[in-house]
Design a protein around this ligand. Structure first.
Ligand code: SF4
Ligand code: MG
Length: 335
């Protein structure tokens, strides 16, 4: 199957007063049409920055290097463009038409002094050839689709008049306005109550089915992606340490960090008794470790883990993990 998105050897560095932060370190993955890929990791693991780089939304002090970034068959890495403004123009078009983003906090995205209706109609006017009247109708229809009651009336209200869950529904409606091929959801439920979280995830799933889009779900909570994702990439210290199908990650996790994350999942049936947070803190990305990024927190760490970065070992066509335990086992087996 042809990939919708292909990211090849992506590295993202930020220059700061303290030095260079190596936020994303040689990351490669792809997203297939109509699939949901989860990108899971603690805050600072590089998951959001990976996707901001793909969308051309990186902060000014960020620098992207990549062998290739392909979206829908087109090269979208800046080096493929004549100049920066050409790149910006193309990315703006892609963001308005083919890729949509749902953020953690709807209030950072909504303009507090503009009515919701205006905010929904504007992108439709900018990115489609519909008349104002048609855009209005479409905005009402979108609000209805995402489950906002009495949309005609609510078009005239301001963001503060909506609850957190309702505001996130509006962001989803905005994201869907142009039938995107790819929806990127960055911690879309983190700011919401648990019951509302489930509703918003269900809505994203429904919308994906209706539009036939692919989804990238960025989250720190492996539990969130359990029911939603076809494949999951686990990020740690700016690297993808394991990637596999949902079943491979949940039932045959190979990386000690993935195994640790699974132990942290809140399982309602066992009354939190076995909940074990991973002790220690993530690596300093100003001075990332030379070897495995998880070495300081790993119970199974060996001498080689500190010295050399493990390369990815494949367990199946879909399952890869970068850990010396697996690499050494494979070498043993070959002897
Ligand atoms: Fe632990 Fe070593 Fe594997 Fe890293 S490479 S996860 S330190 S065993
Ligand atoms: Mg983030």
């Amino acid at each position: 199957m042809n990939e919708l998105l292909k990211v090849d050897h992506l590295t993202v560095d930020f220059s700061t007063d303290q030095g260079t932060v190596h936020a994303v370190r040689d990351v490669s993955f792809c997203v297939y049409p109509q699939e949901v890929l989860g990108i899971v990791g603690e805050s600072g693991s590089g998951k959001s920055q990976t996707m901001y780089s793909v969308m051309g939304l990186l902060a000014d002090n960020g620098k992207i290097t990549a062998e290739d970034i392909l979206f829908d068959g087109k090269k979208i890495h800046e080096s493929a463009f004549k100049n920066h403004s050409e790149y910006e123009k193309t990315m703006q078009h892609i963001r308005g038409n083919d890729m949509a983003m749902i953020f953690q906090d709807p209030m950072t995205f909504l303009n507090p002094v503009l009515k919701i209706g205006t905010q929904l109609i504007e992108p439709l006017q900018n990115h489609t050839k519909m008349s104002k009247k048609e855009c209005e109708q479409k905005a009402i229809e979108l609000m209805r689709q995402v489950g906002i009651p009495s949309p005609e009336k609510r078009m005239n209200q301001y963001p503060y008049e909506f609850s957190g869950g309702m505001r996130q529904r509006i962001i989803i409606a905005m994201a869907l306005a142009c039938n995107p091929k790819l929806i990127i959801a960055d911690e879309p439920t983190t700011a919401l109550d648990v019951t509302i979280q489930a509703q918003v995830l269900e809505l994203i799933q429904d919308m994906k089915e209706k539009l036939g889009s692919s989804v990238i779900m960025i989250t720190h909570d492996l539990g969130v992606v359990a029911s939603l994702c076809n494949r999951i990439a686990i990020m740690y210290g700016g690297k993808i340490v394991e990637i596999g199908t949902d079943k491979e990650i949940f039932y045959e996790p190979k990386h000690p960090y993935t195994q640790g994350l699974l132990n942290c999942i809140n399982n309602p049936e066992d009354d939190d008794k076995d909940l074990q947070p991973i002790p220690g803190s993530p690596p300093d990305l100003l001075n990332p470790p030379k070897g495995c990024p998880f070495v300081d927190r790993c119970e199974k760490a060996m001498k080689i883990c500190k010295q050399q970065m493990p390369s990815a070992t494949a367990f199946s066509k879909t399952h890869e993990c970068a850990c010396w335990l697996n690499e050494l086992k494979k070498r043993e087996g070959k002897k």
